[in-house]
Design a protein around this ligand. Structure first.
Ligand SMILES: CCCCCCCCCCCCC[C@@H](O)CC(=O)SCCNC(=O)CCNC(=O)[C@H](O)C(C)(C)COP(=O)(O)OP(=O)(O)OC[C@H]1O[C@@H](n2cnc3c(N)ncnc32)[C@H](O)[C@@H]1OP(=O)(O)O
Ligand code: NAD
Length: 255
């Protein structure tokens, strides 16, 4: 197989890189030659991810950063730290940081609503804005923003009014960013994973899983790698004419 080097000399920022899908994306982008800034609330898990990244090219430099994507000041500090470390802006920005606080609507608290929207939607906004600003300020056009939504943002899900709202918002945010940032050749796309086996889905009650068993046409739960492969495509020039798209990575769940 030809050496994977579609992202050689590119700097990628991946939030939520300490676990699950974000960790798989970090690994996949490094395999294709990118230097990866692994960003997570949990610096320990982000540092653990560093140990898993590829170093196939001498210029690859990976680093871990602690940041809370829901807080503007934290994202601002992150960007300053990245500027000091790399002196170039990230050309690939993946927002994978996300949380759930599941509860039926009738019992859902304001705090559970706010915290999920702040991390999942506002976090994607803050990262998209910060990276776009850095690219525009560099005077050199070009970049790929990849925001991780969810099929739940499209179809809804029992117990996830907050989460579904946040993920539907991520799509609207990303489509608008695609329209506004095209003039800078910054492409913005949303990935909609289905049920992917990660610590996030480990919390789903077994009786719920049992209800959905057999509902996935491709016959298996998704792996984080399944999402990472699509993100590598969206990060690369192989998707150079794609922006504003929402790509479902679901195995056909909820077709
Ligand atoms: C096996 C292959 C696919 C499995 C798919 C199952 C999930 C649906 C698709 C999600 C895909 C993408 C998700 C992705 O974005 C990442 C995540 O968000 S992972 C978290 C997903 N969260 C949920 O699906 C919510 C699960 N439900 C709960 O956590 C609890 O039910 C809760 C909402 C906290 C309420 O708990 P409580 O103890 O008050 O009630 P019960 O758990 O006893 O539930 C009462 C009855 O409602 C049924 N129920 C609950 N949630 C769902 C659901 N999402 N879909 C269908 N039915 C649901 C539950 O089975 C009980 O039914 P019964 O009265 O018959 O026992
Ligand atoms: N697993 C699935 O089935 C599935 C499906 C659809 C969408 N998604 C989305 O994919 C993304 C990754 O999910 P996952 O399954 O890998 O979850 P995960 O829980 O394994 O990883 C989420 C990561 O985000 C980090 N994080 C949480 N809040 C943060 C914050 N405020 N600032 C910075 N980092 C923060 C966590 O520390 C963790 O490392 C999430 O946005 C999730 O909503 C997951």
């Amino acid at each position: 197989m030809a050496a994977l080097c579609r992202l050689k000399s590119m700097l990628a920022l991946v939030t939520g890189g300490g676990s699950g899908i974000g960790r798989a994306i970090s690994k996949r982008l490094s395999l294709e030659g990118a230097s990866v800034a692994v960003v997570d609330l949990d610096i320990g898990s982000a540092t653990d991810t560093l140990q898993l990244l590829s170093h196939n090219f001498p210029e690859q430099e990976h680093a871990a950063f602690a940041a809370d994507v829901s807080q503007a000041h934290s994202v601002s500090t992150l960007m300053k730290q990245m500027q000091a470390r790399y002196s170039i802006p990230p050309r690939i920005a993946v927002s994978s940081a996300g949380i759930t606080k599941d509860e039926f609507l009738l019992h859902l608290s304001e705090d559970s609503f706010d915290s999920v929207l702040n991390v999942n939607l506002k976090g994607s906004f803050l990262i998209t804005q910060a990276v776009a600003r850095a690219i525009v300020a560099s005077g050199q056009n070009g970049g790929s923003v990849i925001n991780i939504g969810s099929i739940v943002g499209k179809v809804g899900n029992l117990g996830q009014a907050n989460y579904a709202a946040s993920k539907a918002g991520v799509e609207g945010l990303t489509k608008t960013a695609a329209k506004e940032l095209a003039r800078y050749q910054i492409r913005c796309n949303t990935v909609l994973p289905g049920f992917i086996s990660t610590p996030m889905t480990d919390k789903v009650p077994q009786k719920v899983l049992d209800k959905f068993a057999g509902m996935i046409p491709l016959g298996r739960l998704g792996h984080p790698q399944d999402v990472a492969d699509v993100c590598a495509f969206l990060a690369s020039n192989d998707s150079k004419y794609i922006t504003g798209a929402s790509i479902e990575v679901t195995g056909g769940l909820f077709l």
